[in-house]
Design a protein around this ligand. Structure first.
Ligand code: SF4
Length: 282
């Protein structure tokens, strides 16, 4: 059986960086916390917990120690509160998310109404929005943008995982609403690249295995796009979940993983698939 791993399976740049910073902080010891899970991988969060890193939801619950800021950032006031409490801050916010936060701040400071294209409930968007002092609107689609009020100067930024098509549709509506438009394309292509690769691979194999947290939106989306092209697609979190019956009659299996899936989890799944293949021939 041929096992094909997608080229860009697993950690994106921002998640790799954040995870590395978190493990380095854990190695230094002392009371160490993350605000919410550092990334959407329960296995990575568990490893960090085993090293003493606690996940908390509220900055007000910490009086001393080290606080690690996750890759998709936190609200401006949380960062300010961490500094006020004299915590040791390890800011692992992805530089691409940081850019979006900075653009929102400078647009608001220059008197622009700000439109953020994204999912209002997503922590990354909540964080980005918190950097605007004046009027800020979050819209998920061009259809939603139709309801924006008349504006003067309008600044647009996007949640990093948005599609270019969606950004274009919202910008079009903003052109109808404002007198001056400034657009910052803050989309990161890590998610789109993984989806394109997964689609190609799903069409070449008899079975697809997608690895990543069930709480990871980008992994769930990967599994969804694969299922549309290859009904024998299985979303798993760990190697132990690979069911040998999935591989009966399969000559090529494709493997991919979400942007928050570590390499060691991918390697364990690859080993397990190869072992299942050996067992089949015995
Ligand atoms: S998907 Fe892009 S923006 Fe998000 S953490 Fe990864 S590299 Fe950063």
């Amino acid at each position: 059986m041929e096992v094909i791993l997608a080229k860009r399976a697993g950690f994106c740049f921002g998640v790799r960086r954040a995870t590395q910073m978190a493990f380095e902080a854990a190695d230094r010891g002392g009371a160490t916390y993350t605000l919410g899970p550092i990334i959407h991988s329960p296995q990575v969060v568990q490893r960090l917990e085993n090293m003493g890193v606690k996940v908390l939801d509220d900055i007000n619950a910490i009086d001393s120690g080290t606080i690690i800021i996750r890759s998709h950032g936190v609200a401006a006031w949380e960062l300010e509160e961490a500094v006020r409490r004299e915590l040791d801050v390890v800011d692992a916010t992805c530089p691409f998310v940081k850019k979006a936060q900075e653009h929102v701040k400078s647009l608001a400071d220059e008197g622009y109404d700000v439109v953020v294209v994204g999912d209002a409930d997503h922590p990354e968007v909540e964080g980005i929005v918190s950097y605007a002092q004046g009027n800020v609107y979050v819209v998920g689609s061009g259809a939603e943008a139709v309801n924006l009020p008349r504006m003067g100067k309008v600044g647009v930024v996007a949640q990093t995982t948005q599609s270019f098509e969606n950004l274009k549709k919202v910008v079009f509506q903003c052109l109808l609403k404002g007198t001056e438009i400034r657009v910052f394309n803050t989309i990161c292509d890590a998610t789109a690249v993984r989806q394109e690769e997964a689609k190609e691979l799903a069409q070449q194999v008899d079975c697809m295995i997608v690895i990543g947290g069930y709480n990871s939106a980008n992994t769930r989306r990967l599994a969804q796009v694969c299922t549309e092209l290859q009904p024998k697609t299985y979303h798993i979190e760990t190697a132990g979940q690979v069911d040998p019956t999935w591989l009966i009659g399969v000559s090529r299996v494709g493997v991919t993983a979400g942007a928050s899936t570590p390499k060691w989890l991918i390697d364990e799944v690859l080993d397990r698939i190869r072992q299942v293949d050996i067992d089949k021939t015995l």
